[in-house]
Design a protein around this ligand. Structure first.
Ligand SMILES: *[C@@H]1O[C@H](CO)[C@@H](O)[C@H](O)[C@H]1NC(C)=O
Ligand SMILES: *[C@@H]1O[C@H](CO)[C@@H](O)[C@H](O)[C@H]1NC(C)=O
Ligand SMILES: *[C@@H]1O[C@H](CO)[C@@H](O)[C@H](O)[C@H]1NC(C)=O
Ligand SMILES: *[C@@H]1O[C@H](CO)[C@@H](O)[C@H](O)[C@H]1NC(C)=O
Ligand SMILES: *[C@@H]1O[C@H](CO)[C@@H](O)[C@H](O)[C@H]1NC(C)=O
Ligand SMILES: *[C@@H]1O[C@H](CO)[C@@H](O)[C@H](O)[C@H]1NC(C)=O
Ligand SMILES: *[C@@H]1O[C@H](CO)[C@@H](O)[C@H](O)[C@H]1NC(C)=O
Length: 537
């Protein structure tokens, strides 16, 4: 026993001033300097003689740490063990323990001796340490739908006191129910440091909705509550629904490629499928598609896909291929004689209601053209267009109408000065007929408009004459006679039905009379007589 101890003993025996205050507790941090305040940090008494720190040793007995005489600058270290180098006393009498560790969890007592008093202030020291950040280890590679699987083990290492681990899914606490969720906690203490490592195993029964769920573990500790990094898991679940997708532009037309895609909602998705193509089962591996190349109308029908390991799981989809066939007769260039009959035949075969439209020379026709009796006006470029959803086809023919010439009109009328006659002959025909009068004249004019050829000449008739107009083309000719008088009188012969015109039709040789036209002569006798009569008057 040292001198202080002896002094204390004498003091205790000499007087009854000893006061032991109720124990206070101080928490220090592991690895740091622990401050153990004396008398809760109360000011030192004025008649202080000395302050002494003691501690309760492992065997339960009391050991001295240091003593500080009030009048001395330096405290005297009395400790013989590990505390020897770790303890100091602060100016405010606090015991400072460097490098706090769990061995410092014991009762330290500050003894204050002043005047004739001796106060003891015991302090229980606790040393706390927060765990290392919690970590999820031994993670499951994947979770099976509906099957209890060890998801992982959460570890919160080296804490004092031991941390408490809790599991959460998407931030919501998981509560063990012993069936679908089993949590196995355990705490191990490191005998050398006294620090505790808490582990917690989670066995979890995943459901389909757990895809993408974030699992975390939380280490709860008096110093700090820490949360692990979130973990997500691949969830395996079988296919419950199958669907068949038709990948193609609609409407699907003949020649298109159509891809069938089988979609399964399981995870992982199946790698092989059966495709039922027109009653034939095709196995597709490492793909979920089957492509029909260059489909035809015969490809129209129901297509199916199913799972290789469960062919009751099946999906089907209809594929409809649109088509349109058009056949037109005649096509190309069609040559017809006037009054001939032309039969137009259009046949179409389509996958739906087809729309048919006709145009003639780009103008819309109200109905399919009929040619029971072809006219020149019927000539033109005819286009038949047929369309059905997504498909359009057209065919055409060019109708050319030909015919032998027909004289439609012969006229004679006086010129403005009254001294000439203008003879006009109008003839219809294709190809262009040559139209001529049987006499020569002046101011010859020819035209060919809309299939009508016109020939006009100016003559000075010498008397009553019968002249002829002849129209000729490669198909034949037509001529008509006209009586031309020297008198001032107009005549009009419109066609064969009326008037004094005389017609003949021969083909292809020229009429006998026409051969003599060139010899016909205009005589001036009548006009001379008229002039003499005027002179006599
Ligand atoms: C006592 O002194 C120490 C060191 O100066 C200081 O850190 C501590 O806060 C003081 N304690 C009290 C209770 O005043
Ligand atoms: C259809 O597929 C074949 C072969 O894959 C390809 O040669 C062809 O160009 C495709 N046709 C169309 C219209 O895409
Ligand atoms: C469609 O099938 C029919 C009979 O099965 C066949 O005669 C025809 O040639 C086929 N058509 C096409 C475009 O494959
Ligand atoms: C053709 O039409 C013309 C003029 O319209 C008529 O005179 C003729 O009789 C018709 N022919 C037939 C065969 O219908
Ligand atoms: C010409 O015909 C008219 C009647 O058409 C007749 O009056 C006249 O005498 C005729 N002249 C000659 C010269 O024949
Ligand atoms: C033309 O005159 C002659 C006699 O002068 C007559 O026989 C003939 O019928 C007349 N022809 C026409 C088309 O008028
Ligand atoms: C018409 O004129 C041509 C020459 O221009 C001549 O050869 C022919 O004889 C004439 N015919 C008549 C009927 O005068």
């Amino acid at each position: 026993m040292d001198s202080t101890g002896r002094f204390l003993l004498s003091l205790v025996t000499a007087a009854t001033f000893l006061q032991v205050r109720s124990t206070v507790t101080v928490i220090g941090l592991y690895g740091e300097t622990i401050e153990v305040p004396c008398n809760n940090g109360a000011a030192k008494p004025e008649d202080l003689i000395f302050t002494k720190w003691k501690y309760k040793m492992d065997d339960g007995t009391s050991g001295d740490l240091l003593v500080k005489q009030a009048h001395k600058e330096q405290a005297q270290i009395q400790a013989m063990d590990g505390y020897k180098d770790r303890v100091t006393i602060a100016a405010n009498s606090s015991l400072m323990i460097q490098g706090g560790s769990l061995v410092d969890q014991r009762t330290f007592t500050c003894m204050v001796v002043y005047g004739s008093n001796l106060d003891e202030h015991p302090v229980d020291v606790l040393v706390h340490k927060k765990p290392l950040p919690p970590q999820i280890k031994d993670k499951a590679k994947e979770l099976e739908n509906g099957k209890l699987t060890s998801l992982g083990v959460c570890t919160a290492a080296d804490a004092n006191p031991a941390a408490v681990i809790m599991w959460s899914k998407n931030g919501k606490l998981l509560v063990a129910d012993g069936k679908t969720i089993i949590i196995t906690p355990s705490v191990k203490m490191d005998p050398s440091t006294g620090l505790s490592t808490t582990t917690s195993g989670l066995q979890y029964t995943a459901v389909k909705s757990d895809v993408g769920a974030k699992f975390t573990c939380t280490a709860k500790h008096s110093l700090e509550t820490q949360v692990s990094a979130p973990e997500t898991f691949v969830i395996h679940y079988p296919t419950e629904k199958l669907s068949l997708q038709v990948l193609a532009k609609t409407p699907i037309r003949e020649g298109d490629n159509v891809t069938l895609k089988c979609n399964a909602d399981g995870n992982p998705p199946p790698t092989s499928f059966y495709f039922s193509i027109k009653g034939q089962k095709v196995t597709v591996k490492d793909s979920d598609t089957f492509t029909l190349t260059a489909v035809t109308r015969n490809s129209t029908g129901d297509y199916k896909c199913s799972l290789v390991d469960d062919d009751k799981m099946e999906a089907s989809e209809k594929v409809v291929v649109s088509y349109l066939d058009l056949s037109l007769s005649p096509t190309g260039k069609v040559l017809k004689m006037v009054r001939d009959t032309l039969l137009v035949k259009m046949e179409q075969d389509a996958s739906g209601d087809a729309k048919v439209s006709w145009t003639k020379d780009n103008r819309k026709l109200d109905e399919t053209p009929r040619f029971d009796n072809v006219t020149y006006a019927d000539a033109g470029f005819y286009v038949c267009e047929v369309s059905v959803a997504g498909i359009k086809r057209s065919q055409s023919f060019q109708l050319v109408v030909e015919g032998t010439p027909v004289i439609k009109k012969m006229t004679e009328h006086h010129s403005e000065d009254g001294r000439h006659k203008v003879l006009t002959c109008e003839a219809e025909g294709v190809p262009r007929p040559s139209v001529q009068w049987s006499i020569n004249g002046t101011n010859e004019e020819n035209s060919y408009i809309n299939g009508k050829a016109t020939h006009k000449i100016t003559v000075v008739p010498t008397g009553n004459l019968t002249i002829t107009c002849i129209a000729t083309n490669k198909l034949g000719n037509h001529f008509m006679a006209l009586n031309v008088s020297s008198l001032i009188k107009d005549e009009k012969i419109p066609g064969k039905d009326e008037g004094p015109g005389k017609q003949e039709r021969r083909k292809p040789e020229r009429p006998k009379r026409a051969r003599n036209w060139r010899s016909a002569k205009l005589r001036c006798r009548d006009s001379r007589a008229v002039l003499e009569r005027r002179r006599r008057k």
